[in-house]
Design a protein around this ligand. Sequence first.
Ligand SMILES: Cc1cc2nc3c(=O)[nH]c(=O)nc-3n(C[C@H](O)[C@H](O)[C@H](O)COP(=O)(O)O)c2cc1C
Length: 189
Amino acid sequence: MELAEAIRGRRSVRKFRPDPVRKEKLESILDLAIWAPSAMNRQEWYFVVVQGDKVEEMKRIFADAFQDMKPRLEKVFADKPKIIAATKEFFETYGGAPVFIFAYGGKSPDGKSWDTLSPAVAVQNLQLAAYEAGLGCTWTDGIMGKEKEINEALGIKDKKLVCVLPIGYPDEVPRVPPRRDGRVEWIGF
Ligand SMILES: Cc1cc2nc3c(=O)[nH]c(=O)nc-3n(C[C@H](O)[C@H](O)[C@H](O)COP(=O)(O)O)c2cc1C
């Protein structure tokens, strides 16, 4: 697949077929993820890949998370109740994804703050690689209010949760959200 096609064609997928995803396929996607650039080349990114019973356990935590984000959604989408209803359904089912990938960051080079940027860059590699492999996924962070519960359930300590990606074979063709103009300024051209 051409790089430009992958970049333009990748969509956030929120509905999945129940078919399992082979571990080798996930490994090759994660291998491409970690070829991303990172702050001071410290590669402070960590991925936890989950399937089976743990997915069901995580889904119960995520369903709870919708209640945390409801007030924010109601403010932003005051005139779009369908979006709120669809978001609720998504957080309760996570689109039926057979696998979740949790992306974490380690400490920044200063040792004080978290490096969430390097994992974010790696996650974009991951999303493009997943698309090329015929899989779909979505960056989700609406579950952040449940970070403590998620970390406890996964046994993670001393790392910062950046996002959770439900991943699997797509069961939808997502609409293409148009790109906004006016986001680039040219100086000296
Ligand atoms: C920082 C960030 C946070 C996001 N959080 C969520 C989320 O919590 N739930 C969700 O369904 N999608 C989430 N998304 C996906 C966006 O909604 C999606 O990228 C956007 O609508 C554009 O659609 P596209 O990815 O298909 O181009 C997030 C994306 C980013 C980069």
